[in-house]
Design a protein around this ligand. Structure first.
Ligand code: PLP
Length: 444
């Protein structure tokens, strides 16, 4: 049992039943938790997986990095997921633990030699990504050392693609078109099967990003003039977050429309008939978790909560995502000030003593929110559990299962309300991760 008296988080291979509740509100009122509590919604996960696979006609490989928790992996496998996009030996093991015959696509473009050997020898992995000739040489050495036939392998050349996404990844990985064409020829001449892959970044904010990436893939294919056995369109499909009325909202079509336009680009650029692969993460798992956090202290329009960027909320910080939230007032608090119908942006300070532990986007909550209340933060299933740290001794790890989907109230912001920063802080300073983070010297 955990400190809270509830079943601790499941461990790989363990079969722990989670306590069940109807809603996030019930969790807060019944448990009165002082530590964050993750609310897992397996029905939402299953529905969102089906929503993706029903509109994507190719092979769907769940991106394990997004949330490789055994709870998620087991639920996905039970729903029929049997292909995983993996990047490391623990991710190989996570895929095989829930689905012993699952196909593992090793799509990290820069891999350790010992990991490649393990992948080929122990896990039978035959699909990998590369974006440089030295990576091809590394793989070839191990293929030869193990006396394997290159024809068994598909190597995807990851191309650089630039676009609008909350996370832009093209600066780190991907070969420019001419280089990618050369790599394909090299791979083909060795005897490997050739694929083209791109990853447009996470939480794509512009539907044209996929079109541009597919156009680049076609350019590379035409220059390389080698048979392309598969096209991998990566991840990046957006989930649903809040919109801040003070900022322009990205307008994204719903998933079926976005997918229809991606498939249209695939056809127009001559990839019709080429088998497709996708590596979605966020769009499948984001809505499956919320976290119940507690307000430790209210100072005007600042709320200090028991979670933050070093625990479950770094994704919202880095990606500048406005998270949907529900206020759960503590019934034990008798007196409150303010108007419960007036929604206001509150600046959110995290649990650690680190001065950068401040969310880059506010929570919109009723003016009456106060110390001791709970907030259910929705849609945190992607890049949250996996990014928790033990920094400052804080590590949320209590899980429950919740039946009802998370629904945030439509907020009606008061246009006259100033941003909390304008009230309390000297002004924003740019930070490498969170845009609006004030960055005085860290107070670790
Ligand atoms: C290579 C690759 N594939 C797939 C994904 C999953 O992306 P998303 O969660 O945006 O769908 C990522 C995430 O960064 C990635 O790097």
């Amino acid at each position: 049992m955990s400190k809270s008296g509830f079943v601790p988080h499941v461990v790989p291979g363990g079969a722990t039943e989670l306590p069940r509740f109807a809603s996030g509100r019930d969790v807060a009122i019944q448990m009165r938790p002082d530590q964050p509590v993750y609310c897992f919604r397996p029905q939402v996960l299953a529905a969102d997986m089906d929503a993706f696979t029903s509109v994507f006609p190719g092979k769907t490989a769940y991106a394990v990095k997004t949330n490789g928790d055994p709870l998620v992996m087991r639920a996905l496998a039970a729903q029929g997921m049997s292909v995983f996009d993996v990047a490391s030996p623990p991710e190989f093991a996570a895929g095989r633990a829930v689905s012993p015959r699952s196909e593992l696509l090793y799509m990290h473009p820069v891999k350790a030699q010992s990991d490649i050997r393990l992948a080929l020898e122990q896990y039978g992995i035959r699909v990998m990504a590369v974006d440089h000739e030295d990576e091809v040489a590394k793989i070839l050495r191990i293929v030869n050392a193990l006396d394997l036939d290159p024809e068994e392998f598909t190597l995807f050349v990851r191309i650089a693609s630039k676009g609008e996404a909350a996370y832009e990844l093209s600066k780190k990985f991907g070969a420019a078109p001419a280089h990618a064409a050369e790599l394909l020829q090299r791979i083909h001449n060795i005897g490997f099967r050739c694929g083209i892959a791109f990853h447009v970044g996470s939480q794509v904010e512009d539907a044209g990003t996929f079109e541009r990436a597919i156009a680049t893939a076609a350019e590379v294919r035409d220059a390389a003039k080698v048979p392309i056995v598969e096209l991998d369109i990566g991840g990046g499909f957006p989930s649903v977050y809040g919109t801040d009325p003070r900022r322009p909202a990205p307008v994204m079509p719903p998933l079926p429309d976005l997918m229809a336009s991606v498939l249209d680009s695939v056809r127009r650029h001559g990839f019709e008939g080429v088998p497709l692969v996708a590596e979605p993460g966020r769009v499948i798992v984001a809505r499956a978790f919320s976290v119940i956090v507690r307000v430790m202290l209210k100072k005007g329009q600042r709320l200090y909560i028991n979670d933050g960027i070093w625990s479950s909320l770094s994704d919202s910080w880095t990606g500048k995502l406005l998270l949907p939230v529900n206020h759960i007032p503590d019934p034990a608090r008798r007196r409150r000030s303010g108007d419960p119908g007036k929604m206001m942006p509150f600046r959110i300070y995290g649990a650690t003593c680190d001065s950068v532990d401040v969310l880059s986007r506010p929570f919109y909550l009723p003016e009456t929110v106060d110390t001791g209340d709970w907030i259910e933060v929705g849609h945190i299933g992607a890049y949250s559990l996996a990014l928790r740290t033990r920094f400052n001794g804080f590590y949320p790890d209590t899980f429950v299962e919740v039946a009802e989907p998370f629904v945030a109230p439509e907020f009606i912001p008061h246009a006259s309300e100033p941003h909390p920063r304008a009230v309390h802080d000297p002004g924003p300073r740019s930070d490498t991760r969170g845009e609006d983070v004030i960055a005085p010297p860290a107070e670790h």
